[in-house]
Design a protein around this ligand. Structure first.
Ligand code: NAD
Length: 523
């Protein structure tokens, strides 16, 4: 990689499979980020007046543009992340296209004004409603691992709800960022409504400094904490989509053939660089040896190589420094008694960032492989006595993003799902819920807060305003001045009418309650 040739005001687009610099993209000077937010603010004021049906129509145009450009988009994702092209199509393009399709059809209904019925007698004369209003400018700071799927599926609900977006795409995937801005522009979204700013930490900080109305951050726990602190100082609300350490619980009655294929795919897809990767396999004792053998057999058949070779199953890591990190994790687990069944080595013969898909068993709960986010192609297995131990170990992590349970007994699967402290659990599948538009995504604990995707994610992009219409505008309210006289006793009768149990108490206090409502105020 010709690092010395890179001008300081540009970002290199690097192919992780080769280390080759493919192109340079202009870095956004941090001082220009504030201007992008100002321009976005001006554009948003007009955009918010555009009827939602028309905003949805632009999403249809966006979907068409993305479909028309899918080859260029897939090639760019492959070139900048190294993932196999089929993953760029199934994950990045599918999620981005499906978000456009889903919200073009469903945003209007999801944001329709809602009636709020009142249960209390004290509020019966009022009609309530909830209206959903755009927040203004949403700052989106994104990761590199799904450089199309993640930012696009966050920008879409933001704009369809009437917001503008300033998105800092990852500095590892600058061409993807450039294409995202172009797609929205070409789909007919107003100038400046969706701006992509390019750069590293300093540009991300500038996004927060420019005080958008909300920040949606996707990335590591360490950066997420910094972003949350910076936002808190300005009272900017956040959504944090951070790391994961997802457990896959395999019960003895699971179909071992299917489940081992899932474990292998769930551990290695995107070279294991997925927030929802299978990072901890917890397998019931009676089947654990057979299960490990199946995983190792299947792993040995996988082809490691560059993403643009259609024979490749597993691509490279994003950058060479992660190779050493993974070697250290494997070594640490070995020192604590783990056994490597296959893989475990770098492959410099293929390129600077290749690491073999690795099956490692008997991983101790205290090993770094059990504690830290692996973010690499390592299938790390632990044997458990039974489902209870699996649940205990699965929940014994600061991360709490997602998990999966594998069993022939759906009821048992659901019962275990309910015991896991995570944002989502799949029974007999893993990871793929991220591609279900109706499924909310997000975790708790160190995995962050807030939600993206689904209606929960759309509602993160709006201000929920309650509007109250009084049906008796000429009537003074019972709780207004003046006090004194009979009011205290009447108020007590009202409480007894509303909150005492039994119809008898209600009848006894009905008169007093009505007197409260229709009292003479003496003003
Ligand atoms: P990262 O934390 O290094 O960077 C994320 C983004 O933050 C980048 O755009 C980066 O330039 C920017 N940034 C860095 N410092 C900043 C600062 N001080 N202020 C503002 N912005 C700053 O993460 P990454 O390596 O890009 O992504 C990998 C991580 O992301 C993993 O931990 C993974 O689990 C997580 N991730 C989570 C989800 C999810 O939905 N929960 C999805 C994808 C990735």
């Amino acid at each position: 990689m010709a690092a010395t040739a890179i001008p300081i005001d540009t970002l290199p687009s690097i192919n992780p499979a080769t280390g080759q610099v493919l192109a340079h993209f202009e870095k956004t000077p941090p001082e220009r980020v504030a201007r992008a937010v100002l321009l976005a603010r001006a554009a948003q004021k007009q955009w918010a007046k555009v009827p939602i049906r028309e905003r949805c129509r632009r999403l249809r145009a966006l979907r068409e543009r993305m479909m028309g450009s899918r080859d260029e988009l897939a090639d760019t994702v492959v070139n900048e992340t190294g993932k196999p092209r089929v993953e760029a199509l199934f994950a990045d393009l599918f999620v981005a296209l499906d978000a456009a399709k889903y919200w073009s059809r469903n945003a209007a209904a999801a944001l329709r004004t809602e009636r709020v019925p009142h249960h209390s007698l004290a509020a019966k004369t009022k009609s309530g409603s909830l209206v959903y209003e755009p927040l203004g400018v949403i700052g989106i700071i994104s990761s590199w691992n799904y450089p199309l799927a993640i930012p696009v599926s966050q920008i879409i609900p933001a704009v369809v709800a009437g917001n503008a977006v300033v998105c800092k795409s990852s500095d590892f995937t600058p061409k993807c960022g450039m294409l995202i801005e172009r797609l929205f522009r070409e789909a007919g979204f107003p100038q400046d409504l969706v701006a992509v700013v390019q750069g590293g930490a300093e540009v991300g900080q500038a996004v927060v400094e420019a005080a958008p109305d909300k920040v949606v951050f996707t990335g590591s726990v360490a950066t997420g904490r910094r972003v949350a602190e910076a936002c808190a100082r300005k009272l900017i609300p956040t959504v944090l989509e951070l790391g994961g350490k997802d457990a896959m619980i395999v019960l003895a009655d699971a179909d071992l053939q299917t489940t081992s294929s899932a474990a292998v795919w769930g551990s290695y897809t995107n070279c294991g660089q997925v927030c929802l990767s299978v990072e901890r396999l917890l397998v019931e004792e009676s089947v654990s040896q057979r299960f490990a053998e199946l995983c190792a057999e299947k792993t040995k058949k996988l082809r490691l190589g560059p993403g643009n070779d259609s024979a490749t199953d597993v691509g490279p890591l994003i950058r060479p420094q992660h190779v050493q990190r993974l070697m250290d994790l494997v070594e640490d687990a070995r020192e604590r008694g783990a056994r490597v069944l296959c893989g475990g080595h770098p492959r410099p013969d293929l390129g600077p960032s290749f690491f073999e898909p690795t099956v490692i068993v008997n991983v101790d709960s205290n090993a770094r492989l059990s504690q830290e986010e692996t973010f690499g192609p390592i299938l790390a297995m632990q044997t458990v006595k039974n489902a209870d131990e699996a649940v205990r170990l699965a929940n014994d992590s600061p991360f709490a993003l997602a998990a999966s349970v594998w069993t022939a007994d759906k009821k048992k699967g659901e019962a275990i799902a309910r015991q896991l402290r995570v944002g989502a659990v799949m029974v007999n599948d893993a990871i793929s819920y991220f591609g279900i538009a109706e499924a909310p995504h997000g975790g708790c604990g160190a995995s962050g807060w807030g939600r993206t995707h689904a209606r929960a994610g759309l509602l993160e992009m709006v201000h929920r305003k309650y509007i109250d219409l009084d049906r008796l505008p000429r009537k003074e309210k019972p709780w207004w001045y003046r006090y004194g006289g009979e009011l205290e006793r009447a108020a007590d009768a009202f409480l007894r009418f509303e909150f005492s149990g039994g119809i008898g108490a209600k009848l006894r206090n009905a008169r007093g309650a009505l007197k409260t409502l229709f009292r003479d105020h003496g003003l």
